[in-house]
Design a protein around this ligand. Structure first.
Ligand SMILES: N[C@@H](CCC(=O)N[C@@H](CS)C(=O)NCC(=O)O)C(=O)O
Length: 279
């Protein structure tokens, strides 16, 4: 029996990919931030069956087991966009904050992760990704593909449409409001430029009219199923709630119901708790 197990572990370590798959299967039920209960470190597993791992094999095995690293401050809604998806997908990850005031995002080791010197960046073993929505899609494919509806041509197309809408319609109207109402006072001690806020509130309302019409037809943006498109709105909309303009959603009952439903999810609650600025 020992011999058979030893052989099995050797084969797994040679192939590493099947090992990834084993880990991934477990990860779908994982609790975030922690190694899975009962999931042995590969070294321990090997020791248990009398296998000594070479340094290279051990390094490979460690990489396969290591949680993903998300680089960036959780005060950034581009970073917490990824947190919403990592949480929803039950992924193993840790957050590595970077200090903008020390220029850590422009330091060579971060430029190696994201050549544009921005956050977020995601590290998964030897893979480095940037652009928050690309990171979100990777995490879904790895840990919870149903959030992309990848197996269905039409449903996945609708997920893509609404992720693009978030990126190209919703967030461009929202960002200047968040910048004026939250970032400017916090970082520069200056009051919001109300003209910029008003202009962008008007843009946001036009976008919300389209959302209202869509959400009268289905429960979530892409259809009657939650997807990465909905989750991609969480971080920015949590921030909208911290501005004096949170009530802009009230004029759109279906949008409001969608948002209330989204905010009830543990993944959104996690984002909200991470984004609370220190008192
Ligand atoms: N399109 C990028 C935007 C990333 C971005 O703008 N990140 C900001 C923080 S929220 C940043 O790193 N700014 C610093 C800089 O541009 O130097 C994404 O979605 O990840």
């Amino acid at each position: 029996m020992l011999c058979t197990l030893k052989h099995l572990v050797e084969i797994l370590l040679e192939l590493l990919i099947p090992l990834h798959q084993l880990v991934d299967e477990h990860r779908t039920q994982a609790h975030s931030h922690h190694m899975l209960p009962g999931m042995a470190h590969v070294g321990e597993l090997a020791e248990g069956v009398g296998v000594h791992l070479g340094a290279e094999a051990q390094e490979g095995a460690d990489k396969a087991m290591a949680p993903m690293k998300l680089y960036g401050s959780t005060l950034s809604w581009n970073v917490t966009r990824c947190v919403a998806v990592l949480e929803e997908a039950g992924a193993e990850y840790e957050i590595v904050p970077l200090d903008f005031s020390k220029g850590e995002h422009k330091a060579p080791d971060h430029l190696a992760r994201n050549p544009f010197g921005q956050v977020p960046a995601l590290q998964d073993g030897d893979l480095f990704l940037w652009e928050s929505r690309a990171i979100c899609k990777y995490v879904c494919r790895k840990n919870k593909p149903e959030l992309l509806k990848d197996g269905d041509l039409k449903e996945s197309a609708m997920v893509d449409v609404w992720l693009e809408v978030e990126s190209n319609q919703y967030t461009p109207a929202l960002n200047p409001i968040l910048f004026q109402c939250l970032i400017r006072p916090m970082m520069f001690g200056a009051p919001p430029d109300e003209k910029v806020v008003e202009e962008n509130l008007e843009k946001l309302k036009k976008v919300l009219e389209v959302y209202e019409a869509r959400l009268t037809k289905c429960k979530y943006l892409a259809g009657d199923y939650i997807s990465v498109a909905d989750l991609s709105h969480v971080a920015g909309t949590v921030c909208l709630g911290a501005t004096p303009h949170a009530s802009v959603l009230d004029a759109y009952p279906h949008v409001k119901a969608w948002w209330t439903d989204l905010m009830a999810r543990p993944s959104s609650q996690k984002v909200a708790s991470l984004m609370k600025p220190p008192a």
